[in-house]
Design a protein around this ligand. Structure first.
Ligand code: ZN
Length: 262
């Protein structure tokens, strides 16, 4: 079974490629963001509101609704149309293919905050910990975990998920390339670079902090729902670990899943 983990000695260079690719895309979008996009933020460019909608679209629909709950946890089933639409959106966030993302996340659930958690930030060196929470090149795991592979088998057998495993990079480059070609460099920065970098940052934040927003009821947490939207509906991460197949823990994405599930 193919995975993106870079530190397994049995992997070929070709199998390691996704880890290099995603790390490159993360660092590349961050560099472009810091160098080119910062003035748009500083000047409160009104177009950033549209950008923000794209961030939510990629994060909530592509990652949490699709990669996380549909592909990985199989929290619900839906028809082929929604599978195709959601997998396409997931690929635009350049956080790997559906099944590779699923393997990493299933391993994270199985070995949460242990040495075998692929993106736990809990290392003696906190800088290395954050790097491991962020970049696939620093994640570590073996590919021989039979239980994880068994849990992932159903999604590997799904022809639509497999199709997007093979083609997600193509859709990513066609879509973001079209943004550049038809709308120009500034819109490319706003509609492609900024959202891609922010969704990566959001996932890194979730990996680092394991939010559990709704369990707090103090005054300072009355804005929890805003934070929850900012982190793509994953604010109940600890509760989610107790009941991983219950998408109802993740507001507001549960409202959309209720409408598309079959
Ligand atoms: Zn999960």
């Amino acid at each position: 079974m193919r995975t993106l983990f870079p530190k397994d000695k049995h992997m070929t260079k070709l199998q390691r490629f996704p880890a290099y690719y995603i790390t490159f895309m993360y660092l590349g979008s961050t560099a472009l963001l810091l160098y080119y996009v910062w003035p748009f933020i500083f000047n409160l460019d009104a177009r950033l509101l549209i950008t923000w909608a794209i961030v939510q679209f990629l994060g909530m629909f592509g990652i949490n609704i699709c990669y996380h709950h549909l592909v990985t946890h199989k929290s619900y089933t839906t028809n082929a149309f929604w599978k195709i639409v959601l997998c396409y959106v997931g690929g635009l966030a350049t956080q790997s293919s559906p099944n590779n993302w699923s393997l990493v996340h299933l391993t994270h659930h199985r070995y949460t905050d242990t040495d075998r958690d692929p993106h736990s930030p809990n290392l003696d060196n906190p800088v290395l910990g954050v790097l491991r929470a962020a970049l696939p090149l620093f994640m570590s795991i073996t590919i021989s975990d039979s239980k994880v592979n068994l849990m992932a088998k159903k999604s590997f057998d799904d022809p639509i998920f497999r199709f997007f495993d093979m083609t997600h990079m193509l859709w990513f480059w066609l879509t973001h390339g079209a943004v550049y070609f038809f709308l120009g460099w500034e819109w490319f920065l706003l509609l492609s670079v900024f959202p891609v970098a922010l969704v990566h940052f959001g996932e890194t934040a979730i990996n680092c902090f394991h939010f559990d927003l709704e369990r707090h009821d103090s005054e300072s947490d009355r804005f929890w729902w805003i934070w929850n939207i900012l982190i793509i509906g994953a604010g109940n991460h600890k509760l989610h670990h107790d009941t991983p197949r219950d998408y109802k823990t993740d507001w507001p994405i549960d409202l959309f899943i209720d409408r598309i599930k079959t």
